[in-house]
Design a protein around this ligand. Structure first.
Ligand code: S3P
Length: 166
């Protein structure tokens, strides 16, 4: 079985994904890391040099390859992966999809000192997180089989919630 994690940046997809993978004994894969291997640089650099559309094309190609790869895994996806219909379909049909849902305020608390997320390098990151959350929340819900929601949960609690859904 493949398990995919979707949700906003800072929602814990990589942290929860790694622990979940360890607990069920399958490899952990991160679509952003896979993209960085392919381009030989950071997502941030790629965004700056080639723009968001080119990044989204690469993201779709990468997700399609990862879903088609044989074997079980836990896959953490980039926060914008659900923007494309094709990605939502690939993930929904090829994996059990868990949406890690947090409020924009909690995301902001976790990300306010982060410099690696190109979309948040703006004057008012909290307003940006609210805007992205508003736009994407219905898309995450559409893509996911389960929503894991909790007010500031620990990683441990989230991993247990994820295990209960499987
Ligand atoms: C993005 C989130 C990032 C990364 C890219 C775009 C987004 O992944 O894919 O910077 O559109 O929200 P994380 O969710 O892992 O930060």
């Amino acid at each position: 079985m493949k398990i995919a994690l979707v949700g906003m940046p800072g929602g814990g997809k990589s942290t929860v994904g790694k622990q979940l993978a360890r607990q069920i004994g399958v490899p952990f894969v991160d679509s952003d890391q896979e993209i960085e291997l392919r381009v030989g640089g950071s997502v941030k650099q790629f965004f700056e040099q080639h723009g968001e559309d080119a990044f989204r094309d690469l993201e779709t190609e990468t997700i399609a390859d990862l879903i088609a790869r044989p074997g079980d895994c836990v896959l953490a996806t980039g926060g914008g992966a659900v923007l494309r219909d094709r990605n939502r379909g690939l993930l929904h049909d090829g994996a059990t999809v868990l949406y890690l849902r947090s409020t924009p305020e909690d995301l902001y608390r976790r990300l306010r000192h982060d410099t690696t997320r190109p979309l948040l390098q703006v004057k008012d990151p909290l307003a940006k997180l609210r805007e992205l959350h508003h736009l994407r929340d219905p898309l995450y819900r559409r893509c996911a089989h389960f929503v894991l929601e909790s007010a500031r949960p620990s990683v441990h609690a989230l991993v247990n919630m994820a295990l209960m859904q499987l």
